[in-house]
Design a protein around this ligand. Structure first.
Ligand code: B4P
Length: 184
């Protein structure tokens, strides 16, 4: 049973790797970024609330994202495993997730941190060119990452759940290293 959480700065390749591995293992790929972007496109109340935060490169408030993740993780297709991509992003979200997984009796999750230098992620995101991939918004996302998300590296190291993978390699090399790291 695979339960995997991807951490890493914006543009580290979380979405790219999570999608490939979820297809391979036939388990749900749960991307909070994708769910939020879909809500934005559909103009749902959640999308309307999230828009300003995402456009500025800020995190969407914890409560909104936590409700969304709870709703998704309680669906029947998560019984045989899942990959969480982009969640948790704050220590508050990590505490929430731990309590939720306990309640759902989902155990044994591993956390993969994709390590990629700032210059590389900036280049990748500028090349991708999504709406929130402008240089000033990317720099803000990196600042927010350092302030809010990077502390999760210590959080999960303390719980002995973290593996670190070099995300600055080809897509295929990163996938292979993740497979090796989580089977140890
Ligand atoms: P996300 O959608 O999670 O986006 P991301 O961090 O930018 O991207 P990711 O790391 O997945 O990069 P990707 O694989 O696409 O977040 C967007 C926004 O949503 C946040 O800023 C925030 O506002 C909000 N949000 C989401 N979750 C939240 C939460 N939990 N709490 C609060 N707010 C939340 O890769 C990027 C590019 O690099 C792609 O073009 C890809 O092709 C390329 N690439 C990937 N791997 C590569 C490799 N090995 N070599 C070369 N290129 C590579």
């Amino acid at each position: 049973m695979t339960r995997l959480i991807f951490l890493g700065p914006p543009g580290a390749g979380k979405g790219t790797q999570a999608k490939a591995l979820a297809d391979h293992w036939q388990i749900p790929h749960i991307s909070t970024g994708d769910i939020l972007r879909q809500a934005l496109k559909d103009q749902t109340p959640l999308g309307i609330k999230a828009k300003g935060y995402m456009d500025r490169g800020e995190l969407v408030p914890d409560q909104l994202v936590q409700d969304m993740v709870e709703e998704r993780l309680t669906q029947a297709d998560t019984k045989h495993g899942w990959i969480l991509d982009g969640f948790p992003r704050t220590v508050q979200q990590a505490g929430f997730l731990e309590a939720l997984l306990d309640r759902l009796d989902h155990h044994g999750e591993k956390v993969v941190n994709l390590d990629v230098p700032d210059e590389i992620v900036i280049g990748r995101l500028l090349e991708r060119g999504r709406k929130d991939d402008t240089e000033s918004v990317i720099r803000r996302r990196l600042e927010v990452y350092r302030e809010e998300t990077a502390p999760l590296i210590d959080y999960y190291t303390g719980k002995q759940q973290l593996v670190i993978v070099n995300g600055n390699q080809s897509l295929e090399e990163v996938t292979v290293e993740i497979g090796q790291a989580i089977s140890c």
